[in-house]
Design a protein around this ligand. Structure first.
Ligand code: ARG
Length: 566
């Protein structure tokens, strides 16, 4: 996203053999604002001009003549040219644009005509939806919203783990210890309970496993009763996780999971055979990947069963044929790095040029401060319970801070859930997260509640002011270091969005919001908004309004609600 100031700078620089685009790409923002608004390092031009960077910078500055808006001045320092820009120009442009576009500020059509598939959340049927699923769910959900804002066509896919011998076990367990009424009444809790019970009992009674195998075989053979039960388990799970997805503002366009590919694997296996990529190993069919430094990719087991990777291969073909994606993202924990490397390689070996459009978007692990998540100890924290606990704690804080607030429960829901989402999106994906309720709910930290609180502050200022005639604004009232810092942050929003999808990092948006709020709060404490001259009040109110718009839109992209009052 190149703005007119960067373009104006690029137009000034004439060096034979260096294109305007190269200049644009070299222009940076100095880390210290007193050094200018933009800078151009001249080091690499030394190779072409054969002078010192400082001499080049000097010569260039001398060649500029009188600068005109949006540029104000330039000077050469230590091999850099520093540029100072017209703050009033920028303020008017940025504020004008945000007030006109509102939440559409930052929208773009760079994605027009292109489809992105995102495989995220992808939970396993009849297994608990625990806090380990948080990252895939919210990272995928946020990328989905950011891509959409940039004009892409999206297909959000929940690649359900709905296949495997455990479904035979579940049927046995269900028939022995449960009923449809119970599943209807108690949902997933009942399902996970009988699954655990099955494992206890089958250790004592091996005949259970035989029965389970029989039932699984029946599912594979499309036996009516077996399929009916299988579908009930699926429905119960999807209905239940649906409540959590609603709280997280997550939606999917497809729930085609592993079982959907039962009848779509044979063509892939045939193709592998044709291309002579399959080898036999102890009765199993594999693709040898030793040449690429990887263990073999298992395609068909000795007993004829297909594998996780086989289904991913079939799913990739299905998605390419159905959606003709430009990219297909897999938001899956880094523990599965090898799995994705292997089968992406298989697609490449199959000669499919679109293997390059398959992207694994890995992320780190979430654990709780007290170590509660360690599956070794067998203590699994359900995502639902974690959300509830954060909401409860938020309610306590809100009751202390704002005892008279209306609708405290609803606000606590937005704050508690938002705090958890924000904490999962704040760090680079690949970092492991140790989760602490107190930290994520700190209203003054780099947290979701801090952003929401700042947003509510903006809202309450605007409510006090009522409707204003923006034509009367005196922009000099915000032409100060704090005001200009807010404007610079607002101006950066569109670029943050393209950076975020380029790196598949929603944390860019989360960190951006923290920065915007910090700059805004600095402004808020340094400059009075109410009880000033009308033209001053109006200019400052415009800045508040624009900050409010961008915070709310940023939060929406992360899947976080913005309470009007807190
Ligand atoms: N259900 C899998 C798991 O929980 C994740 C599936 C990810 N998506 C995929 N296409 N492999 O580990």
């Amino acid at each position: 996203m190149v703005n007119e100031k960067i373009l104006a700078i690029a137009k000034l620089i004439k060096i034979d053999g260096v294109t305007e685009q190269e200049i644009i790409d070299s222009i940076a923002v100095p880390s210290d604002a007193s050094l200018g608004d933009y800078c151009l390092p001249c080091f690499k031009f030394s190779k072409i001009i054969r002078k010192s960077p400082q001499m080049i910078a000097n010569d260039l500055v001398n060649s500029f003549g009188n600068l005109t808006s949006p540029l104000v001045s330039a000077n050469a320092v230590n091999g850099y040219i520093n540029f100072y820009t017209d703050k009033l120009f920028t303020a008017k442009k940025v504020i004008g644009e945000i007030l006109q576009k509102n939440e559409n500020y930052g929208n773009s059509d760079i994605g027009k005509g292109a489809t992105i598939c995102i495989d995220y959340s992808s939970i396993n049927i009849a297994k608990p939806f625990h806090i380990g699923h948080l990252c895939t769910t919210v990272i995928g959900g946020s990328l989905y919203k950011i891509y959409k804002k940039l004009g892409y066509n999206l297909v959000g896919i929940n690649h359900l783990g709905d296949w495997g011998t455990q479904f035979g076990k579940l049927i046995v367990a269900f028939k022995k210890w449960s009923s449809e009424e119970e599943l209807k009444a108690r949902g997933m809790k009942a399902l996970t309970e009988i699954y655990v019970k099955y494992h206890e009992e089958s250790e004592k009674d091996a005949s259970l496993d035989d029965k389970a195998r029989e039932w699984f075989k029946k599912i594979e053979e499309n036996d009516e009763e077996a399929l009916r039960l299988f579908n009930i388990f699926k429905e119960v799970t999807i209905k239940e996780v649906g409540k959590t997805y609603d709280r997280l503002k997550i939606t999917f366009d497809s729930y085609n999971g592993e079982s959907f590919y039962n009848d779509k694997m044979q063509p892939v296996i045939d193709k592998l055979q044709q291309k002579q990529l399959l080898t036999e190993s102890e009765g199993a069919k594999i693709v040898d990947l030793s040449e690429y430094g990887m263990p073999p990719c298992l395609i068909v087991k000795a007993d004829g069963a297909t594998l996780y990777a086989t289904r991913d291969l079939a799913a990739a073909y299905y998605r390419k044929n159905t959606y003709n994606f430009e990219k297909c993202l897999y938001v899956v924990a880094y523990q599965q790095n090898l799995h994705f490397k292997q089968w992406f390689k298989v697609i490449e070996l199959l000669g499919e040029p679109w293997y390059k459009s398959l992207v694994h978007v890995p992320f780190g692990m979430v654990s709780l401060e007290d170590g509660a998540m360690s599956t070794r100890k067998g203590k699994v924290v359900l995502l639902e319970d974690a959300l509830n606990k954060a909401v409860e704690k938020s309610l306590v804080i809100i009751e202390q801070k704002s005892p008279d607030l209306e609708g405290k429960e609803e606000v606590a829901e937005m704050v508690g859930v938002g705090a958890i989402i924000f904490s999962a999106l704040y760090n680079n994906r690949i970092k492991d997260i140790v989760f602490s309720y107190d930290k994520v709910l700190n209203f003054d930290g780099e947290t979701g509640p801090y952003i929401q609180y700042t947003n509510a502050r903006c809202n309450s200022v605007l409510e006090k002011l009522g409707s204003l005639d923006y034509e009367k604004a005196d922009f000099d009232a915000i032409n100060n270091p704090e005001g200009n810092a807010v404007i610079a942050a607002l101006e950066a929003f569109p670029k943050i969005l393209t950076d975020a999808i380029e790196k598949y990092e929603p944390c860019y948006v989360a960190r951006y919001l923290v920065n915007l709020c910090q700059e805004f709060n600095r402004f808020y404490y340094a400059h009075r908004i109410l009880n000033e001259k009308e033209s001053v009040v109006i200019a400052r109110a415009m800045l508040v309004k624009c900050t409010h718009v961008v915070i709310e839109e940023g939060l929406r992209l992360l899947g976080i609600s913005a309470p009007k009052k807190m």
